[in-house]
Design a protein around this ligand. Structure first.
Ligand code: DGJ
Length: 722
């Protein structure tokens, strides 16, 4: 049960797992005391003394004592000279903010955020710190929600201009978290196209470390989250703190270690390309940030994030339902298809048990390559002469669901839409637009563009029997300007774009609750908690090479559970790496997420097709465990040649264990892997080998893995308790 204890100036949120403590200093400045394992009580003096410098008379801090205070929501420049969380420009051009708590309020549950993705749940309590800067007429409300079942806090900030002149918010981060020391490793997920979310771990050192995006999206290059682990923290043991933004646009995630080796974590909208004009009476809401704490290693931290995703973020019919096994035609045909070819692929897919056929890019306008037609969302009758409904009817007649690819946020210069509305693209008048993949981005800050995007997709969903949408987004912002925004609001464009996108998505998912949406951005370029609120699964990466996927899925699981990760078996040689891997290994790795195929099954030999048939039958049997069980990382591909993980059903009666060895080792003992998450008391039988073990044995001694011959060898075993 979450409690909020208010004792004079001490504010203590806690549930069965964690405590979050604050203290209102003289004048109402909220100081941060503690975030960690649940406490019975806390003495603020001890924490605050930690930040005191010796008063030996040789110097005076004068007004700058705030520079040595752990703040909840610091502003730069009035005593605290470190980087702050908020900055507001006033009409005279100065940028001081001095927010003081004027009221503390608590409510049951978790209020939603208008226009933004947000966590939800009734078994929670929320604390509001209502603050005011009386001089400039700015109100800010810091919101802290603790859910009963999560070892963490969800935070956001809302602002209101209560003055009679305009204020310009130049920075409004979602979170500042002060830590009394810096004995941590910083872990971030950074990469590139086809190498998304590589796990990077390095010690915190004095100074500043930051990952960020200015690309208009979370990006392929950095993820909007960071993790702090004690140097000795492993998967299973030790302290870890994670912070992740519920947002999909530009962000910054930074840790500052000061000269006294205390640490300040900042997370929020990147302010390099952000400002928000707040007219008198107007409000501004930051995105939410989720922070979790674990004293059971990175595995314990991920379990908290997975619970946030499963219980407090993902919505709709597919939040808990089995996800259909799909076949996507992208790598099977690229742009070169017609109805006959598609139906042939779909037919074989249906024969082996696939449940959903997805038509990817290339079905609209005259899109025979990626250089045209985005925005012209009408069917290319050269490829599909009888239209989309005809195709979907035939696919449905095979017993398959039918899915369709869209890239609705984009516009090709070679499109009817662009010829009619060149000003609908994000652009700077007079400058030639910089194209990526021969396309520009639509200006989703505009309501007319939002409505067009909604209608383009909704029309097909209403008329063509679409059961699934792959929502792609394949370029970043450049030439950042909007034809409609006035000069002093141009810096609002990146955030207004996100609000526009969220408006469209909310309308679509509520109008078409039966449709399964999968988010995609050149692979996993927008894999974040914001998109997960609208779409229950995200395409992990265009790289489907099984060995690369071991890394990508391993690190993605730091925050995201298997049900959030789209993962498919594709052809060999792999289209991204040229590597040959066995069909079994490709299947074993892919089935640890939302399973599917990305190839023409007609090109497989009989044995491979039989293997596919077996894979599909098996996934159908165990997918509830695979998707919604508790996921534990066992061996890291970042540390060696082997990857292993296990997913255990909530009742611990079924588990699926996956092991993959990248390079074969000659004359070696079979690896012995200690499993996790099982019931020590139960006996488990491995379906594939018939061997039986107790849970205690599997977790303490381990299981010896007899691997097939060759590189990229793998096993996937189903363990059932008798
Ligand atoms: C990028 C996606 O990641 C791919 O899966 C595919 O849909 C292409 N776009 C299509 O253009």
């Amino acid at each position: 049960m979450t409690e909020i204890i208010i004792q004079d100036k001490l504010l203590h949120l806690r549930n069965d797992h964690v405590s979050y403590c604050m203290y209102l200093l003289e004048g109402g400045i909220p100081a941060h005391l503690y975030f960690g394992k649940r406490l019975a009580g806390i003495n603020p003096a001890a924490v605050l003394r930690h930040y005191e410098l010796p008063a030996d008379g040789s110097f005076s801090l004068q007004g700058c004592a705030l520079d040595h205070t752990p703040h909840e929501y610091p502003a730069f420049g009035l005593g605290d000279l470190r980087e702050g969380a908020v900055s507001v420009r006033q009409k005279d051009g100065t940028r001081s903010v001095d927010l003081r708590v004027v009221k503390v309020e608590t409510v049951e549950g978790k209020p939603g955020l208008s226009g933004l993705p947000a966590t939800f749940g009734s078994s929670a309590r929320t604390l509001f710190l209502h603050m005011k800067d009386a001089l400039i007429g700015l109100e800010a409300t810091l919101s802290y929600t603790m859910f009963d079942d999560v070892a963490g806090v969800v935070r956001s900030v809302s602002f209101k201009n209560v003055s009679d002149s305009e204020l310009m918010i130049e920075r409004a981060y979602s979170l500042c978290l002060e830590l009394p020391d810096s004995r941590y490793d910083l872990i971030t997920l950074s990469g590139a196209w086809s190498r998304e979310r590589e796990m990077i771990r390095r010690p915190l050192t004095m100074g500043e470390m930051r990952v960020s995006s200015l690309k208009g999206a979370t990006s392929l290059h950095n993820s909007n989250m960071l993790f702090l682990a004690r140097p000795e923290t492993t998967e299973e043991q030790g302290e870890a703190i994670g912070a992740a933004l519920v947002y999909s646009g530009n962000f910054t995630a930074a840790v500052h270690v000061d000269s006294h080796r205390t640490s300040r974590v900042l997370l929020g909208i990147n302010d390099v390309d952000f400002a928000w004009k707040l007219a008198p009476g107007e409000t501004f809401q930051t995105p939410e940030a989720v922070t979790v704490y674990s004293d059971a290693g990175l595995g314990g931290m991920s379990a908290q994030f997975h619970r946030v995703c499963a219980e407090h973020l993902v919505r709709g019919k597919y939040a808990r339902a089995p996800r259909p096994i799909l076949l996507n035609n992208w790598e099977a045909t690229y742009f070169g298809f017609n109805e006959e070819k598609l139906l042939k692929i779909a037919k074989t897919a249906a024969d082996v048990g696939v449940e959903l056929f997805v038509l990817d890019d290339g079905w609209f306008g005259h899109r025979d390559s990626d250089n045209s037609s985005l925005g012209d969302w009408y069917v290319d009758t050269k490829k599909l002469p009888q239209g989309m409904k005809h195709l979907s009817d035939q696919v449905h007649a095979m017993g398959l669901k039918f899915g369709l690819w869209f890239e609705p946020e984009m516009i090709s210069p070679d499109s009817d839409l662009y010829r009619a509305h060149p000003d609908w693209a994000i652009h700077i008048g007079g400058r030639e637009g910089i194209q990526q993949r021969q396309q520009l981005t639509l200006d989703l800050s505009r309501e007319d563009v939002q409505d067009y995007v909604y209608e383009s997709v909704a029309r097909h969903l209403a008329e063509d029997g679409i059961d699934y949408v792959k929502w792609d987004m394949n370029r970043n912002f450049s030439n950042i300007g909007s034809a409609l925004l006035p000069a002093d609001r141009q810096k609002e464009l990146p955030h207004r774009y996100m609000l526009g996108l969220y408006r469209v998505l909310e309308k679509l998912v509520s109008s078409f609750p039966e449709v399964l949406f999968e988010s995609c951005s050149s692979g996993g370029g927008r894999f974040d908690l914001g998109m997960l609120y609208y779409m229950p699964q995200t395409w992990c990466s265009d790289n489907t090479d099984a060995l690369c996927r071991c890394q990508i899925q391993y690190s993605t699981s730091l925050v995201f559970p298997p049900f959030a990760m789209g993962s498919h078996v594709s052809a060999v040689p792999n289209h991204q790496t040229g590597r040959m891997t066995p069909i079994e290994t490709r299947g074993n790795v892919a089935m640890s997420g939302c399973f599917g195929y990305e190839l023409d099954l007609n090109t497989l030999c009989t044995e491979e097709l039989e293997a596919v048939r077996r894979q599909i039958a098996r996934v159908k049997e165990i997918r509830q465990t695979l998707l919604y069980g508790d996921f534990h990382r066992l061996l890291s591909p970042y540390e060696g040649n082997d990857t292993a993980w296990i997913t255990v059903s909530k009742d611990k009666n079924e588990a699926v264990f996956m092991f993959t060895r990248a390079l074969a080792k000659s004359f070696a003992y079979p690896p012995l892997v200690r499993l996790r998450g099982l019931d020590a008391q139960k006996a488990y039988t491995v379906a594939e080998t018939g061997e039986s073990y107790t849970g205690a044995e599997l977790m303490n001694l381990g299981i010896a893995v007899k691997l097939p011959w060759g590189d990229a060898a793998s096993v996937s075993w189903t363990l059932r308790s008798n």
